[in-house]
Write a protein of this length. Sequence first.
Length: 207
Amino acid sequence: MSSMNASFRNITVYCGSADDLKPVYHLAARQMGRELAARGIGLVYGGGKTGLMGALADSVLSHGGKVLGVVPDSLNQPQLIHAGLSAIEQAPDIQTRQRRMMELSDASIALPGGLGTFYELIEVLTWAQLGLRVQPVGLLNTAGYFDPLLVLIEHGIHEGFIYPEHRDLLIVSETSAELLDKLAVYAPPASLARWLTREKPEPKHDD
């Protein structure tokens, strides 16, 4: 167990709930669950039992870890929600669930997923950009799944829509163990407030 992760009590993980996904994605979800349990980190997630959500929760539980599901009322249906979690909280809507998951955790991680995962990842990054809740945000880039998103972020930086320092809000790795280790030593960009203050970056001088 890595001592670097002692400050993490809970981590929120966003991931896909679709069926019939490639085995490589299920394997990555199970590996993340095993790593969280081994390090004594509780899982906070959306409460689902299908797709990567189910694989992740089952892995944490089977390795002795704790799992809290935060479930919006509209999705609290038996064909969707895991019945064997350590605890479940209900939320009136998706937006409240997202805020509650951030409140309960010390960091956030996105595994491969669809539109819901993209929404959750972008929202937590936006909160960090605005200084509302600056916590480590990780991306498990299994099989290069998020490569197009990373290219889009670089394009946004190149075109001036995203500040270069905001690239550093997102920690990327292809393995669960490395990602958790990187998150444990994360420090926010020093110039994070520049987006609000509109201060110009200090010019670079050659020695």
